[in-house]
Design a protein around this ligand. Sequence first.
Ligand SMILES: Nc1ncnc2c1ncn2[C@@H]1O[C@H](COP(=O)(O)OP(=O)(O)OP(=O)(O)O)[C@@H](O)[C@H]1O
Length: 614
Amino acid sequence: MLDRSTPSPGQKRARLREIERRLRHAVEPASLRWLGLALVIVTLGGGAASLAPLALKAVVDRLAGPQATGTSLGALAGLVGLYVAALLFQRLCEQIQAYAYARGEQRLVRRFGLLAYTHMLILPASFHQDHKSGGLAQSLAQGLLGLRLILTHAALTVAPVVVQIVVAGVVLGSVFGPSMGLVLLAALLAYCAVFTWGVFRLHGAVKGVSSAQIDVGGATADGLMNVEAIKAYTAERRFARRYDALLAATEDQWRVFLRLRLQNGLAVALVFAAAVAGVHLIAGRQVADGAMTIGAFVLVNTYLLQLVRPLETLGFAIRDIGQGLAYLDTIGAILDETPEPGSELPEARSAKPPPLPAELVFEDVDFGFGDRDTLQAISFRAAPGALIGIVGPSGAGKSSLLRLVLRFNEPTRGRVLFDGQPLGELPLRSLREQIALVSQDTILFNDTIGANIALAAEDADEDAITQAAARARLSEFLADLPDGLNTLVGERGLKLSGGERQRVSIARAALKNARLVILDEPTAALDPATERAIWQAMSGLSQGATTLVVTHRLSTVAEADEILVLERGRIVERGKHVELLALGGLYARLWRTQASGAFRSAATFDDDALASSF
Ligand SMILES: Nc1ncnc2c1ncn2[C@@H]1O[C@H](COP(=O)(O)OP(=O)(O)OP(=O)(O)O)[C@@H](O)[C@H]1O
């Protein structure tokens, strides 16, 4: 499971380092140029904003002073012009910085999003089995939001605010002496203390919100993906109740977060009031003593606001950056996950494999999910071009065996050799490029039939796709569709029947021209006539590729070069069909059962168990 606990400081540092490493990869000249430009303009604008009050002071002093009545329009225009120019320059900077920043941010977020998404794709299948896809999508969205929060404040808030604070502090300190400086310093320290306290308290609350939102994201996708099952079992209310419980948990987490944020905001307001009181008392006293002009009093007031507002903004920025870091922490935990083994091996220079069928050997292989032994002491050899049938009761470990060949899982003992080379030494990509898979549950992408078939070969032209579809006996079906190959299959392919989905999956494998074909119940959803036709087509699939077939229909593998009979993760019988019948063991019993009736012929080994469960 994703690590939901609060990470230790060491873990946090490691995750931040990982994010920083990824960000460095994500940064490219274009985004750097835009962000750099934004930073420069923001700083210039901040400087202009800080100096504008000096121009205002000059105007006020002139108008409140003894020479006010004799001020010429030209002199007044000069002073006002200076003030207006500073303000205008600041506004212009704001517009340009917003544009430049948005361009840089978009590019960086796009690159970071791509890196994070690609990383998720190369994480082991076991990782994905342990996580809800909706939750992962939510983590990614939060990560991008976190990155935006940090970038926005780092580029648009921190830099100008620091400039404004420094300028305002220097002007006030030098013009109004040490007592004013002390009050301002005390206010500055109080702000820093309040915000640091807030950031620490809010971090845990943001983590709580983030993980509750991930649960909601997971439940949303889970429910919507299984909407027909929910309808069929009239479970809408039950699911709505469960969903509401998750939303309530999220609301609770938000409540904690909002309460802490409110407390923080109130503390800031108190510091602000104290600073205003202190500064105005000192300045008012100086005006009363005749040591300060009205213009200077206005200047103090303006600078105070200019000092306090940026300070507050800075504080809020720090708080948001804390929130952004907490969001990034979640995606950081995912980026911390190790990609599937073999994905890091470099591809061989001459990546083109020989056109011959592959040889596959299992040497005394054990495998288990967690502590459960799923496969034990599996040994067999699939000679180049051989057809190996794998049969056995439900849950015997047949699909698990196939998963080891694709390296979706790794053996706990023993070796699997592909063309004599241990799988662990082969780059994952080149291994998988040589294998075609027709899996047990065919889930299609929400795209056209043609695009779904072309998953096997990105650059395949329409002719090749049409031929592959014909070999999977899809031609007639496609001819009936007004849009043919361009027909959209809907979410997970649900607009097609189970058999049609299965045939699209078979067409994919046919298009791939692989050296090893893995078929996991490839025809379970087909009627016997279509199954026979497809088998004829499949015997020509990939020009005699080595083939592993898992099936419950024993007739499917009667022609196999070797049949492995699996029971409770072990090979309990092996041989050709006739040999196994002669053996009179499990295989022969199952064959007799299937041969004894039309219903049985298409049934699975578990029919008795199924029947008795009603
Ligand atoms: N991701 C997983 N995590 C934990 N256990 C699993 C996982 N996948 C499968 N199993 C368990 O491993 C065992 C073997 O499953 P597998 O899918 O290989 O059986 P099978 O022989 O292909 O069954 P069937 O004929 O019903 O498809 C089963 O007991 C199953 O519950």
